[in-house]
Design a protein around this ligand. Structure first.
Ligand SMILES: Nc1ncnc2c1ncn2[C@@H]1O[C@H](COP(=O)(O)OP(=O)(O)OP(=O)(O)O)[C@@H](O)[C@H]1O
Ligand SMILES: [Mg+2]
Length: 316
């Protein structure tokens, strides 16, 4: 490659790196603000209003006012997430586009000293993109704009595909991944979104289970429900924290208990998973014991006529 082109490419990569750094800092600051409940552009509600429980003597009108304020605060927060995610998406599209061209060698071969920086740019860009996609999902769920494209799908296929996609991570941590798949009729779901739910649960199982652990993914039926379980023998979730894990921006586990949550852990995965499952008319629950196991159970309604008795299919 000519020297001039190389210099231009180096300059462009430095620009991208700095754009990426700025975007990352902005997202971190934003995530922290939102986590503190401070991400409101227009509404000012004293912190005490949010933190204080209702006092016993509070009148009905005071309670109504407080409720309305919290409602408004929540809407502003959703609006802010939505605006921020959309604003981040445009520059991210350009960054991803250029990085793809560079890493595929379409702008010329990548010189040796730039192999590592380019690989790092790719990894971090994927993280940022995932965070932005998650923020967009949160805003779609909060505003009721998430649309399902339903289709008759085999839950076992969706589970297999999610397991395959995350294989690199399970191999890296030497996890033993087992499956237990019973005969299950097709479910009428948005395949991409349920795949996303399973991926989220599986990614958590990998993240919160130390090396050499065991992960079990099972699919079966229970009456009117198709049932998917993801169980791990990892760090578990403290009893007092279990009620909070489905809230957005929840990062419950103290960092000293796990090393892998890392900066890309926004605490949005379960909030989105729950939103998607509820939108399907299903349910999601967790059972866990600290330092022993965590098991998430997802129930999705079977198509009428595909009910089952005692785990076996009665009619398809
Ligand atoms: N399998 C699990 N074992 C132990 N703790 C878990 C497990 N799954 C979830 N948690 C706890 O629930 C919290 C919320 O999970 P969630 O998936 O919403 O967020 P996250 O994994 O921290 O971040 P993100 O999914 O946005 O990358 C986690 O931070 C962790 O403390
Ligand atoms: Mg997660």
């Amino acid at each position: 490659m000519a020297g001039e082109e190389l210099t231009a490419l180096e300059r462009r990569v430095r620009e991208l790196e700095s754009e990426l750094g700025a975007a990352r800092r902005a997202i971190t600051a934003l995530t922290e603000k939102l986590a503190e409940g401070d991400g409101r552009p227009a509404v000012t509600v004293p912190a005490a209003t949010v933190d204080q429980p209702a006092a016993p003597g509070e009148t009905e009108s005071e309670l109504r006012r407080r409720n309305a304020e919290l409602d408004r605060l929540n809407r502003s927060k959703s609006e802010f997430i939505s605006i921020a995610a959309h604003e981040f998406r445009t520059p991210m599209t350009s960054i991803v586009g250029y990085l793809d061209l560079i890493s595929q060698g379409r702008l010329g071969p990548i010189p040796d000293p730039m192999q590592r920086p380019v690989a790092s740019l790719m990894r971090n860009t994927q993280r940022l993109k995932r965070l932005i996609d998650d923020m967009l999902d949160v805003s779609r769920l909060d505003s009721g704009r998430m649309v399902l494209h339903r289709d008759a799908r085999d839950l076992r296929e969706l589970a297999r595909s999610a397991i395959g996609e995350l294989e690199a991570f399970t191999l890296a941590k030497q996890h033993e991944v087992e499956t237990e798949f019973a005969e299950v009729p097709l479910v009428d779901v948005d395949g991409d979104k349920i795949h996303q739910v399973i991926t989220n649960l599986l990614a958590n199982a990998i993240k919160y289970t130390p090396e050499g652990g065991r992960i079990l993914v099972s699919v079966g039926c229970d009456g009117e429900w198709a049932v998917l379980k993801v169980r791990d023998n990892g760090i578990g979730i403290p009893e007092g924290a279990r009620g909070k894990i489905f809230e957005p921006f929840s990062e419950i586990t103290a960092p000293q208990f796990h090393s892998s949550a890392g900066p890309d852990s926004a605490g949005l995965g379960l909030y989105i998973a729950r939103g998607i499952v509820l939108l399907h008319g299903g349910a999601i629950a967790v059972d866990s014991r600290e330092a022993q196991y965590t098991e998430f159970t997802v129930r999705l309604p079977l198509l009428p006529g595909a009910r089952t008795h005692g785990g076996t299919t009665a009619a398809a």
